[in-house]
Design a protein around this ligand. Sequence first.
Ligand code: SF4
Length: 479
Amino acid sequence: MIGKLPSDARPWPERRDAGLANATMRETLGLVTRRFSTGKRRVFLEDPAQDQARRAGVQAKRAAIADLDRLIAQFSSAVEAHGGVVRRAATAEEAVEAVKAIARQHQVQVVVKSKSMLTEEIQLNHGLEAAGIRVLETDLGEYIIQRAHETPSHILAPAAHKNRAQIRSLFETDAAEAGLRPPPSDAAETLTQYARERLRREFLEAGMGVTGANFGVAETGTVVLVTNEGNADLVASLPRVLVTVMGIEKLVARWEDLTLLIQQPAMNGIGQRLSAYTTLISGPAASAAEGPAAWYVVLVDNGRSRLRQTVFEDVLSCIRCGACLNVCPVFRQVGGHAYGSVYSGPIGVVETPLLTDFQVGAELPSVACTMCHACQEACPMDIRLAEHIVRLRQEKVRRRLNPPSLTASYHWWSRLWSTPEGYRRSLRLARAVQGLYRRQGRLVNAPGLARGWFQTRDMPPVAKETFLEWWARHRGGAS
Ligand code: SF4
């Protein structure tokens, strides 16, 4: 079954240029991603043994993906044995319908949510709001972007593109609407305090809480959340109904596997030894005073099964740590929104076209990667991101998804550079005409078919004397 992901209809050059023109976003994103990457280096230097656990965790996750059908059955039985209810959803629409049906059944009018990329992927908020249900994000970053009517720009830090002045301004509008006192300054503590007070009231009003899941343990039927704000605990404990929306790939077989993996999202994503809160959910509460009376788990596929038993299967091991985003030179410049869908950075470049069978993000492997391989080195789950990007480029050629002008350009380029003479002549020609296409010391355009290549890139001009020419001159040979 082909997955469905939200998409931005604007073409890549437009999305990319909007990102490049947003100086505030580039500054804040640069600070955040550098801080995260430095923190990651520090924690692994402090505790090198963690890398052994990580490698064992990779093996455990690969084994779980290979055995997914059995684990799904085992997990479902265990959840139901504890009094929970499992719903399977093959598509995004089925998942949204399942959550809506649960809300209707329990006459829910207000839903509080903790951070979940999967619910962004299936556009759950839109679905619930269209059904007349008010949805409130309670993760600070998600709350900020919900107020801004935007989507997350980073898997871990959804509002990483906003600075404190922008957040304060959003909260001032929010306070005026809610009849509250606005935050008195843009200090981080003040803004957090405002959100905390604003959201506490909503927790008490909400009839249903919705969370995602970082892991699911098949042998015990346990859902595991790792968070830093404590909001997920309130979402999972205060409303009378709890719904966990979870991708099928989140399962691991055993409790021991979880212990290998549980530190990895925080260590690799933000350079923290362990997330501040680890929440384990194993069933509805025994009494109303202790938590939700009903617990549902919606297990979502939405294109994930198509990756199984293919060369791309390792993509399903992703733990959404964001480490590949933090080191990606393209992501750091254009920001998450330029990718035009919910998953950005290198994992988005790979996963978006794969889940949707190239319906969304087909352009990304060609335009949003410099082939620096930094993502592949950073990925704690050893996902072959850079190699997959090359494979996806090959797949685009096979499916004839590239513009004809690009295909023709590569064809002629390859023919020209197949002989030494063709290569030399093309350099001489480029040197003769490149003055027409220079801007600030870079080549930014070219005539004819090569023009398409420059739509997304620039390059240094051809040197006055190439190494081969210099070599020929010194050796007395012909250039
Ligand atoms: S692909 Fe790897 S680095 Fe990127 S988010 Fe997933 S696990 Fe983290």
